[in-house]
Write a protein of this length. Structure first.
Length: 480
């Protein structure tokens, strides 16, 4: 299938009018200032737009000109731009920028590819974007969205952004060189997303060849009843993940019930946008100790009852279990204890596991039960990247795995493994050694259901494309 590029770009120009404008374009339009466009472009690499926008605001409040930027040292810059991706490198580039501009360009941003490429931290993509947005010079900025989408359409067949840029220079009419980046960034962020694009609602649905694409899984419908999307996510600090696109991620996942673990906050420490998430009923159970543990549940439907804790002060003081009762099932959100590196909490963890199982089995006598959460254990060798090296480590000790064996032997069903038997499916990665990038991870987050609910498991998934924590969300589509 060959595509009509002019027609497609015209359709998209109309389509993205209602989308969020990419942050660099916004700054270009609002300021018409090459310096700000350059700085925002440097900040935006590998960073979500809302994070870039906030960092740019903080930085420009202190340094709106080259001269003002020269007064900030690297450490100060790191603080101002955190948490943009690679903030330490970017702070180093920004600290070196004023001297370079002053020495070679009379403190002006150069309007040439060669000049821009000589600046610290500026590569071809940044240079093209600055030329296009700050100086309106025809240049094709090929970022990940342009490269990806042009290949999905089969308009180019390339394996690197540079080859895509060269191919587009050959065949894309020049009038589209400047706008193509804005169009495809907005479209790539809003509809044709890098993972699981929204082909179901795409205006190009009929004309797109979808080369190499796995479209988004929709919630399955069932004649037998309503399917609810249950999501579990250890956020490793709700206030921290909020700065990393949490609200946008929730919107994208579209959960009916969302269980969070390790929120590390009291409700009163949270902004209104999270304390009462728009469209959801919100429930929190924080640990007594500040900044530690704690769980929260957001639910579209108002539950019939909320049960706080499991009536054991040793665990309830740590805010580990929060249960919502719905008409046809209980949703237990649980943050299982970590047995610690020295295994000093192994015994306590086992006692918690037994207490939680007893609590869940009591509820399962009345109706269906889903236990979601960070179980802090990889059950089988397939559930972690390096099983042999971790036999004696917390989360994969024989004792922890033995409890998981006895739990599943008692009839509890690991919903993910019910649907997916593949290896390399992980939900947690160490922050060290670029473990997530290399997918050296563990699957320690689960939705387990009682034995009578096997037929209610409509689908189960791990949303590895959602970032913000060292865990990613796990998902169960459950016939409620
Ligand atoms: S149909 Fe799917 S792959 Fe094609 S452009 Fe639309 S969202 Fe992207």
């Amino acid at each position: 299938m060959s595509i009509d590029i002019e027609k497609i770009l015209q359709v998209l120009a109309h389509e993205v009018k209602g989308y969020q404008v990419p942050v660099v374009d916004l700054i270009a339009v609002q300021t018409r200032d090459p310096f700000k466009v350059l700085v925002a472009t440097i900040l935006s690499a590998r960073t979500k737009d809302e994070v870039t926008a906030q960092a740019a605001d903080r930085l420009f409040a202190r340094a709106a000109t080259v001269e003002e930027l020269a007064k900030l040292d690297e450490k100060r810059l790191q603080k101002l731009i955190y948490p943009v991706g690679f903030y330490k490198n970017k702070a180093r580039y920004l600290a070196a920028l004023p001297a370079k501009l002053s020495d070679d360009f009379d403190s002006q941003v150069p309007a040439s590819m060669e000049g821009l490429l000589s600046l610290p931290g500026v590569g071809r993509k940044t240079a093209n974007l600055v030329l296009a947005q700050a100086f309106a010079i025809p240049a094709i900025c090929v970022d990940t969205h342009v490269h990806r989408i042009m290949n999905i359409w089969g308009y180019v067949e390339t394996d690197t952004p540079l080859k895509t840029e060269m191919a587009l220079r050959e065949k894309l009419p020049e009038k589209y060189w400047i706008p193509v980046n804005s169009l495809l960034v907005a479209f790539g962020q809003g509809t044709c997303r890098p993972v699981a694009p929204h082909c179901d609602r795409c205006v190009l649905g009929d004309s797109c060849p979808q080369i190499g694409v796995t479209p988004r899984k929709l919630k399955k419908k069932s004649a037998a009843g309503e399917v609810m999307r249950l999501v579990s996510w250890n956020v490793n600090g709700l206030r921290a993940v909020l700065k990393k696109g949490f609200l946008e991620s929730v919107k994208e996942m579209d959960p009916d019930v969302l269980g969070l673990q390790e929120i590390k906050a009291m409700p009163e420490q949270l902004p209104d946008s999270v304390r009462s998430l728009n469209g959801y009923h919100s429930y929190f159970y924080s640990a007594q100790r500040k900044g530690y543990s704690g769980v929260a549940v957001y639910s579209r439907k108002k539950p019939e009852q909320v049960i706080v804790g499991i009536d054991d002060p040793r665990f309830d003081s740590e805010g580990r279990v929060l249960t919502l009762e719905f008409t046809t099932f209980y949703f237990i959100n649980c943050y299982f204890p970590n047995s610690k590196n020295d295994l000093s909490r192994l015994g306590l963890k086992h006692e918690f596991n037994v207490a939680l199982q007893n609590f869940a089995e009591e509820l399962a006598r009345k109706k269906a039960v889903v236990i979601c959460g960070d179980y802090n254990v990889a059950h089988k060798e397939i559930d972690l990247a390096n099983p042999r090296q971790n036999q004696k480590n917390a989360g994969f000790t024989p004792q922890e795995r033995a409890w998981m064996d006895s739990f599943t032997d008692a009839g509890w069903i690991d919903s993910f493994r019910e649907k997916n038997k593949e290896a390399d499916q992980y939900s947690w990665w160490s922050f060290r050694s670029r473990a997530r990038e290399k997918n050296i991870g563990w699957r320690i987050d689960y939705h387990c259901v009682d034995q009578k609910s096997r037929r209610r498991i409509m689908d189960a998934d791990i949303f590895q494309h959602i970032y913000g924590s060292d865990h990613c969300p796990v998902v169960l589509d459950f016939l409620s």
